[in-house]
Structure formats: C-alpha cells, structure tokens
Design a protein around this ligand. Sequence first.
Ligand code: SAM
Length: 221
Amino acid sequence: MTDYERQRQRMVERQILKRGVRSHRVLAAMEKIPRHRFVPEDSYGHAYEDSPLSIGKGQTISQPYMVALMTECAAPEPDDRVLEVGTGSGYQTAILAELAREVYSLERIPELAERAEGLLSRLGYENVSIRVGDGSEGWREKAPFDAIIVTAGAPELPDPLVEQLAEGGRLVIPIGSAHHQTLCTVKKERNKIQREEGTGCVFVPLIGTFGWEEKPSGRHS
Ligand code: SAM
C-alpha cells in the first residue's frame, strides 16, 4: 500500500465515515480516487486533509467530507445519467464517473475545464463529457438527468435545473447568501418537488443567469 493509499483510507475513516456517510459505493469511490492528482503539485501533501484547497483562478476543490455527503445525497446508481455544475478540479466528476453510467459536467472557467478534462482522460475516464458554459442554465440537450450536483452556492433554486431533473431525480445544491449556504436536496416525484434542507456550508458563488451576477471587480451580488 502506498502512502497516498494509506492517507485516503484514514481520510475515509476519520473524516467521512465518522461523520455519518454510510453508502458503501460512495466510501469505496472516495478510497479509490487519487485526490492529490486534482490539486496543484505543491499541495499534494495537503490533499487528504479535512479542508477545501485552492485550485487557482480563485476556485477551490471542496472538502472531502462535503464531496462524499453531496454524492450520498445525490445517490447516483450505476445506470444513471448525472449532471455536475462546477467541474473545478474534476475531483467530484471522477467520483461521479465511478458511480454512474454517464457524467456531464459544466464549468464557466475555460482553463479549469481544460485541465480537468485532460486529467480525467489521463486517468482513463471515458464516461465523462465536460463543456464550458453557464451551468446555472443546465445542459438542455443532454437532459433529463437522474441526479444533478451543483458545487457552487446559489441564491435560489435555478428553475432550469429543476426542469432538467428526471422523474425520481435528485438535485443537490447549496442555497443561501454569498457567504453561507444550506445544502438542499430536491427530489422530483410524480412531477412534484420536495425540498429537504441539510447541513450549513460555504461554497464559492454560482455565477450566471440563475445564480449570482459577476461584478467587474470580481465581487458578486
Ligand atoms: N466540483 C469541484 C471539484 O471537485 O473540484 C469543486 C468546484 S468549486 C467549489 C466550484 C466551481 O464552480 C468553480 O470551478 C467555479 O468556476 C464553478 N462555477 C461557478 N459558477 C458556475 C456556473 N454558472 N457554471 C459552471 N461553473 C460554475
């Protein structure tokens, strides 16, 4: 067993299992994916710590526990088609690619999308499609999706994402202010929407038509 494998095992036991994530499929994916490959090389030594890390362009790779929790809430099944909004490093994309049949991921920053696409291809993932665009509008041509994970904080539930959810589908999204959100899970059953509110969280903003407006200074409202 390599040192990174040992660190991953410890990450799953101490940060994820202990906090109540129980899905065996999610735990196995978290133990398998080399998270250090998704962070800048000078951060490899911190890749398995209990925190988000900077990935450049003012963006972050989420805390491992948050990735596991969101994935468990989205409950991807082996035959599912999944949409991710906010590719970032591609780490959450890889976790989803382990668990679902097809993964579609949208990222607004071209450099991040390109880097994630290259890395996922080098790691051998063939069931992932990445596109540059405003994910708050979803990916209409590929809808409907059995699960949607939004990895950036929204001011409210984006209507297009609810529309693009399949019957029985699950949408996991942080909703709240620019500085603090609540992790919400939305389920569509018989065309009705059920919304459950979970833990508090802090994500970078979802910037787009159905998210926050980008300010010229880089701030958002
Ligand atoms: N899932 C990522 C990972 O595993 O590294 C974490 C991504 S980071 C917390 C959020 C990402 O959402 C950033 O890369 C940001 O550029 C992206 N983002 C923000 N608004 C977006 C939008 N409207 N459409 C697509 N991506 C967006």
